[in-house]
Design a protein around this ligand. Structure first.
Ligand SMILES: [Zn+2]
Length: 190
């Protein structure tokens, strides 16, 4: 049942009169129920994740906040990383492995194996620039992990999945045939 205008006005008046006491109560309550509240928030988020993420106003507000609080955000995440070194390292590793799996799967048509010999050990699989120029490209994107770069750029064409051995063999053969690396192999779909 929705509150009537009169009830709303009454409530506003009550709130204004007792503002400090109410806020103090809220503060006490949230301190005492910290774990419970954050658990509820987490559950609510999980349950409504799609709806929340799809909401344009929320996304906009989030982006705006992150942009205007960029420095704080970076400082906060740095501090967290310093205090949680092991966790941060593990998290980074997990995240890199996940994106690698996604990218390898995409460029091997979900087969996640070497295009030439069929090896499917993720540890040995790499992304190969079909037309060469991998080292130059690596320099261009600097420290960015190639797999992140490919995903961020919407999986541009010109890449394939090869295992380390097949990549070395390909490199050696190209050299034998005197095929130079192209200046750039970055081709995007956009
Ligand atoms: Zn291979």
């Amino acid at each position: 049942m929705k509150a009537t205008e009169q009830q709303k006005a009454q409530f506003r008046e009550y709130y204004q009169k007792n503002k400090e006491r109410i806020l103090e109560q809220h503060k006490l309550y949230s301190q005492e129920h910290k774990a419970e509240i954050s658990e509820n928030k987490r559950l609510y988020y999980q349950k409504n994740k799609e709806k929340l993420l799809a909401s344009p106003s929320r996304a906009k507000a989030g982006k705006k906040y992150r942009l205007s609080h960029r420095e704080q955000g970076i400082a906060r995440s740095k501090k967290w990383q310093q205090n949680h070194r092991k966790q941060a390292l593990a998290h980074g590793k997990k995240s890199r492995e996940k994106v690698k799996r996604e990218v390898i799967s995409h460029y091997s048509q979900d087969k996640s194996c070497c295009q030439k010999c069929g090896l499917n050990d993720m540890r040995a699989l790499t992304i190969d620039h079909i037309e060469g120029g991998g080292n130059r490209h690596k320099k261009e994107i600097k420290k960015t992990y190639i797999y992140y770069w490919l995903r961020e750029h919407n999986y541009p064409i010109g890449y394939q999945v090869l295992c380390m051995s097949c990549q070395f063999i390909k490199r050696a053969e190209r050299r034998e045939y005197g095929i130079p690396s192209k200046k750039t192999t970055t081709r995007s779909n956009n």
